[in-house]
Design a protein around this ligand. Structure first.
Ligand code: IPD
Ligand code: CA
Ligand code: CA
Length: 271
């Protein structure tokens, strides 16, 4: 039976994601500009990232004022309830800035440090993914209603379609490009979608066999990682570790382990 707290957190996450997604989709100014930069000149923030985070944190504060919050655009409160929200108000900002459709709102809720709820909505795909710990992963689309997600039956690694991402810091990107150069001949192909949250949901939906990236933050990962696991994917970091900023890997069973081994051999982690 589902824990009533988890049901409450899921409903809040779904409402916040729906409202922020609509704001981002319908409120995108035609002349959208970069408002600020962060880790490097190509790591950009727009007024819409900030507006979406404000909407989400405002709704959470109204419904559950004692919860902690960690948001990419600066929200950081401790809370006293044992619940913490981990929010990427706009994952895929560069795609959004250019008018490409692959971007998402990602909202996770942790209870005592463990992710128990994850919601990722991708408005330009008219698709929302969600998972509650132990309750499976689900997608709701405009055309096909709600369906339970199951990751793809494993192909051999040389038949696997694997997505990745590149960090905003030039030296990290150069290292990542070198790892990808060594990996490509061992796979079917590589994709670079531009939203870590969507990549993880695509592993859950069986549209990718695997995904890996170095340099992610908790808000990129939290919701998508739970959704991928609840769809039967394996996730981790370096061998024996949980996914983290050092390295995050997700894959269908059968792809995850050989991919993790190759990434270890190629030194894909943060050093
Ligand atoms: C980025 C996206 C991208 C990934 C970067 C992330 P942002 O998030 O998820 O796919 O490669 O590492 O920082 O900046 O668009 O929220
Ligand atoms: Ca992000
Ligand atoms: Ca973001």
């Amino acid at each position: 039976m589902t824990d009533p707290l988890h049901t409450e957190l899921l409903e809040i996450a779904q409402e916040a994601a729906r409202r922020a997604g609509a704001l981002l989709r319908d409120g995108r100014p035609a002349d959208l500009a970069v408002a600020a930069t962060k880790s490097s000149p190509i790591d950009v923030v727009t007024e819409m990232d900030i507006a979406a985070e404000k909407l989400i944190t405002g709704l959470i504060a109204e419904r559950r004022p004692d919860d902690g919050v960690l948001g990419e655009e600066g929200a950081a409160t401790e809370g006293t309830s044992g619940v913490r929200w981990v929010i990427d108000p706009l994952d895929g900002t560069v795609n959004y800035l250019y008018g490409l459709p692959t971007w998402a709102v990602s909202i996770a809720a942790e209870q005592d440090g463990e992710t128990v709820v994850g919601v990722v909505t991708a408005p330009m795909r008219a698709e929302t993914f969600h998972a509650v710990l132990g309750g499976g992963a689900w997608a709701t689309g405009a055309w096909d209603g709600e369906r339970r997600l199951a990751c793809r039956p494993a192909p051999s690694l040389d038949q696997a379609l694997v997505s990745t991402g590149f960090n905003y810091v030039a030296e990290v990107r150069a290292h990542q490009a070198e790892v990808a150069r060594r990996l490509i001949p061992r796979l079917r192909d590589i994709r670079r979608g531009g939203s870590a949250a969507v990549d993880l949901c695509d592993v859950a939906a069986g549209r990718l066999d695997g995904y890996y990236e170095r340099g992610l933050h908790p808000w990129d990962l939290a919701a998508g990682d739970l959704i991928a696991r609840e769809a039967g994917a394996l996730t981790g970091g370096r061998p024996g570790e949980r996914p983290s900023g050092d390295l995050a890997i997700a894959g269908t069973p059968g792809v995850f382990e050989p991919l993790q081994r190759l990434l270890e051999d190629f030194g894909a982690w943060h050093d």
